[in-house]
Design a protein. Structure first.
Length: 402
């Protein structure tokens, strides 16, 4: 990342490294070309339009989870990118537009499939998200295969209805699954595909595509060897188009949250540094009790400070960090590897502004891409149908007496 002293004069700021994103995209592109796997970017991790445009030449399409995401992704490039959607939240009144935008729909349940299949335009490919019932996560909050899961049709249920013939299987073109989170090994993928092949061997020859989902992290070509083996094997054995849809893996390590120290004091014998950002700008800190990674090298010895956010939430705390020299007012701190699921979840709790967004190309400094102001905050809380209420203009009889 650029040195902290060269970062934008105003904070809080979110900086994304274009060169890091492109490096990962090219790595995936080479792996996809070698194995025949088609690469999608799952835009839910960071749907910033400029990033979608940056990735567009290097991916085969985009993976979306809602009508709004589909609309945004459809505007990128010449509109020829493949759009794939899978979500529990499909609504009847949105299906005609979704069917016109998305070439691939992975319905989340058998009921969704039956109800919404008639809305698909000619050429749209209907699939099902399946739940392979293989858990690789100890934390149930992340686990799509948890008990009573809302995500996907249980594999054994799909096998049963296909065998009975009481399901329009002749319209089923593909399957989608996703059952890991931040896995650095492709062993779960190999085990999941093996189970699917064992259960659905009689029906796989009738399908056209299989979406392997995402949730895997990688940094080198060697890391992707497991993906290439799985994708290549599926293509050879079943003549399927194979899709892989990473999100965090493409943008996670390319993002930085930069803040300034605006207050310092001691409490119960520890130094507390208040920043001009908050966990509402990186909500997973509070949601999952993670400690954001510092973008500086923490010394073995040195000053220890609690970095805390500026809101009135008592738990608005990033954690304890070490510094080579004592902090002073105005010092900059930056957290790294926050490119995914930070800005997309960020909010203006307490009325504090969202971070401005900057792009860095790895060489020539920063470019301001977007900033926010009071008007954006006020519009969020102003009724659309009328101007802000002027209570003095109302007849006193319109209001109950105390």
């Amino acid at each position: 990342m650029p040195p902290i002293q060269e970062l934008p004069p105003a904070t809080p700021a979110f900086v994304y490294d274009e060169s890091r994103i492109l490096e990962t995209a090219r790595l995936l592109h080479r792996a996809g070309t070698a194995s025949g796997c088609r690469i999608l970017y799952s835009i839910k991790s960071f749907p910033f339009e400029s990033v979608l445009g940056l990735l567009e030449p290097w991916v085969d399409g985009f993976s979306v989870s809602s009508l709004f995401e589909a609309r945004l992704a459809a505007t990128i490039g010449d509109g020829g990118r493949s759009l794939h959607i899978s979500t529990p939240g499909l609504r009847r009144e949105e299906m005609s537009e979704i069917g016109s935008l998305c070439g691939f729909i992975g319905f989340n349940s058998l009921g969704q499939f039956r109800r919404f299949l008639p809305f698909l335009r000619n050429g749209s490919s209907a699939g099902l998200r399946i739940n392979p019932k293989l858990s690789f996560l100890d934390d149930r909050r992340y686990d799509p295969c948890r008990e009573f899961s809302k995500l996907g049709v249980p594999l054994e249920e799909l096998e049963r209805v296909l065998a009975k013939g009481d399901f329009p299987g002749n319209r089923l073109r593909g399957l989608h699954f996703h059952n890991v989170f931040s896995s650095r090994s492709f062993d779960p993928l190999q085990k999941t595909v093996a189970r699917i092949e064992e259960s659905l061997a009689d029906w796989l020859p009738e399908l056209e595509w299989l979406n392997l989902g995402g949730g895997y992290l990688f940094e080198t070509e060697a890391d992707l060897q497991g993906l290439c083996e799985v994708a290549g094997g599926l293509r050879r054995r079943w003549d399927l188009d194979v899709y892989f849809e990473p999100g965090k893996a493409l943008v996670g390590q390319a993002g930085y949250l930069v803040a300034s120290v605006i207050d310092l004091f001691e409490n119960d014998g520890k130094l507390v540094a208040i920043l001009d950002t908050a966990v509402n700008h990186h909500p997973e800190t509070f949601e999952y009790q993670i400690r954001p990674e510092p973008a500086w090298d923490e010394p073995g010895e040195g000053q220890v400070a609690i970095l805390a956010g500026c809101t009135c939430l008592a738990g608005d705390v990033f954690g304890e960090y070490r510094f080579e020299r004592p902090l002073v007012l105005g010092d900059r701190v930056a957290f790294q590897n926050v490119g995914a699921y930070s800005l997309i979840k960020a909010n203006r709790f307490n009325g504090y502004n969202l971070p401005a967004i900057y792009a860095w190309d790895g060489r020539d400094g920063l470019r301001l891409m977007k900033s926010y102001d009071y008007e954006g905050y006020a519009s969020q809380w102003t009724a659309d149908a009328e101007a802000p209420l002027d209570y003095h203009s109302r007849n006193v009889r319109d209001y109950p007496k105390p």
